[in-house]
Write a protein that binds this ligand. Structure first.
Ligand code: SAM
Length: 312
């Protein structure tokens, strides 16, 4: 397995925004290699605690090692972030001071060929965050299962919707005409051969993103976790969300916009009938991006967008 990257995306911005303090309780819903979590625990010393969740057993093993110096202040659990309320309740936490969600796939996952996330390495077409004995909330079917069994129109819809791929129908037809396909490079080479390279990025890029999102029910999970996270925050508690593609960022933006206003009636309606009340304050209307130095240092940070909100 590849080694952990030294600093996670937008590290200092996240730590500054969450203002971890001793005695505070924090949740990292996407623990990964534990970089953000280590920062939160260090800043909230000596008695801040953190509940860290991840679906990926390899990421959890690294996080365990990295967070070992914090002893019992770090609670590490293999679970989906959509189970954060249940996992917090197991610690008898009914509310927390800060939550971070750093969505998507980590560089470690991308760089590990046998996980099948990247066409840059030859590996099985897997892409599940929990490859063995899936836990609740994790996808059970691998990318190979989808590619080799779905009807052509369903595959095309996935590639169009989750990959925002214009050539989705042509790609789906190519896949169906050439199945079975078992490896990342078989799929990437097939798309390259039949679709051709029309832009700077590899023509399979968007198809890989789409399959990964479908395999792991990523957008459904994002939609589910945002209200849960806000519900779990104490008044004044902060939520930081990092997205890596427009679909995740749009869901976060729309959720934050809706929940930060007192009325969501149609603009032309003269009298409010919705009784909606704002529950959060957006801390930044425009998403925060990594600065040039970080983008140079960590290519993954180039597409990162951070949105933050505070519970009212
Ligand atoms: C970008 S990485 C997080 C990196 C982390 N912030 C760090 O400091 O190392 C995203 C992580 O989210 C995890 N993940 C994806 N979907 C998840 C879900 N529904 N529940 C929990 N973890 C999830 C992935 O396994 C991956 O390890």
């Amino acid at each position: 397995m590849a080694s952990a990257p030294h600093l996670p995306v937008l590290y200092q911005t996240i730590i500054t925004a969450l203002e971890p303090k001793s005695g505070g309780r924090y949740i990292d819903g996407t623990l990964g290699a534990g970089g953000h979590a280590a920062g939160i625990l260090a800043q909230s010393s000596p008695s801040g605690e953190l509940l860290g969740l991840d679906l990926d057993p390899q990421a959890l093993a690294i996080a365990h090692e990295r967070l070992a110096p914090f002893g019992e202040r770090a609670h590490i659990v293999q679970a989906s972030y959509t189970a954060m309320k249940i996992e917090a309740a197991k610690l008898a936490w009914d509310a927390v001071d800060g939550i971070i969600l750093d969505f998507g796939v980590s560089s470690m996952q991308l760089d590990t060929p046998e996980r099948g996330f990247s066409f840059l390495h030859s590996g099985p077409l897997d892409m599940r965050f929990t490859p063995n004995a899936p836990v609740s909330g994790a996808g059970t079917l691998s990318a190979a299962d989808l590619v080799n069994t779905l009807p052509e129109d369903e595959l095309a819809n996935i590639i169009f919707r989750y990959g925002e791929e214009r050539l989705s129908r042509k790609i789906a037809r190519t896949i169906v005409n050439n199945r079975p396909i078992y490896t990342t490079t078989e799929l990437a080479d097939l798309i390259l051969k039949y679709i051709g390279k029309k832009e700077r990025i590899h023509p399979a890029t968007r198809t890989f993103q789409a399959l990964r999102i479908a395999v792991n029910n990523e957008l459904e999970s994002v939609e589910m976790v945002l209200p849960l996270a806000v519900m779990l925050l104490k008044p004044g508690g902060r939520l930081a969300v990092i997205s890596f593609h427009s679909l995740e960022d749009r869901l976060t933006k729309e959720y934050f916009r809706r929940e930060s206003v007192d009325c969501i009636c149609p603009p032309k309606q003269p009298i409010c009938t919705c009784n909606h009340k704002a529950i959060i304050k957006e801390l930044n209307r425009k998403p925060i991006e990594a600065d040039e130095a970080e983008k140079q240092d960590n290519s993954r940070s180039r597409s990162a967008k951070l949105r933050m909100a505070e519970k009212l």
